[in-house]
Design a protein around this ligand. Structure first.
Ligand code: HEM
Length: 169
C-alpha cells in the first residue's frame, strides 16, 4: 500500500531519478579525469579537480541516492524487501556508498593534494574504481527499468501485481 499521494510519489520518483542518474553522470566525469591522466594530462592540474568533484558532488550524491532510494522503496508499494530487483539495488548501492565514502573519497583527496607526486601505480585505481562503479550503476538502471526476478515472498491471497507509478496516478 502506498503511503504517498500520487503527486508526492511522482515528486519522490523525480528526486530519485535526478540523484541516481546524476550520480552516474558524475561517476563518468571521474572516469574521464582518471583516463586523462593516464593519457598524459598533467596530474597536478587534473587531480585537484577530481578531488573537488569527488568531495563536492560524488560523496554527497552517494548519501542522497541511498536515502532517496530507501525512501522510494519504503514509501511506495514496492517495499524494500518485497521485490528482488529492489533488494539487489539496495545492497549494491549500500556497498557502493561505503566504498565511495571510505575508500574512493580519501584516495581522491590524497591524489588532489599530491598532484604530480601521486604514485604512478596508484593512478590506475582512479580509472578502475569509476569503471567498476559506472558498470554497477548501469546495472542498477537496467534492474530499475526491467524489474526482473519477481517477489521475494508473495502476500497470501494477493495476486502478484507490478505497483507501477501509473497505478498511483
Ligand atoms: C538504495 C538504493 C535504491 C533503492 C532502494 C531503489 C528503489 C527504487 C524504487 C522502489 C523505485 C520505484 C519507485 C516508484 O515506482 O515510485 C525505483 C525506481 C528507479 N530507480 Fe531506484 N533505487 C535505488 C538506487 C538506484 C540507483 C543507484 C539507480 C541508478 C543509478 C536507480 C535507478 C532507478 C530508476 C531509473 C527508476 C525508475 C524506474 C521506473 O520508473 O520504471 N535506483 N528505485
Amino acid at each position: 500500500m502506498s503511503r504517498l499521494s500520487p503527486p508526492a510519489r511522482k515528486a519522490l520518483l523525480t528526486l530519485h531519478l535526478v540523484t541516481s542518474l546524476g550520480w552516474l553522470g558524475v561517476d563518468l566525469v571521474l572516469l574521464a579525469l582518471g583516463v586523462a591522466v593516464l593519457r598524459g594530462a598533467d596530474p597536478a592540474a587534473v587531480y585537484p579537480i577530481s578531488a573537488l568533484v569527488g568531495t563536492v558532488l560524488f560523496a554527497p550524491l552517494s548519501v542522497a541516492v541511498w536515502l532517496v532510494g530507501v525512501a522510494s522503496a519504503l514509501l511506495t508499494p514496492w517495499g524494500l524487501l518485497r521485490h528482488r530487483w529492489v533488494l539487489v539495488k539496495f545492497l549494491l548501492t549500500t556497498v557502493m556508498t561505503g566504498l565511495v565514502l571510505f575508500q574512493l573519497s580519501p584516495t581522491l583527496r590524497h591524489a588532489g593534494e599530491a598532484g604530480a607526486a601521486f604514485p604512478v601505480r596508484d593512478r590506475i585505481d582512479l580509472v578502475v574504481a569509476p569503471s567498476v562503479s559506472t558498470t554497477l550503476l548501469i546495472v542498477a538502471t537496467v534492474l530499475s527499468t526491467y524489474k526482473p526476478w519477481g517477489r521475494l515472498r508473495r502476500a497470501t491471497g494477493t495476486p502478484a501485481r507490478r505497483p507501477t507509478t501509473a497505478a498511483a496516478r
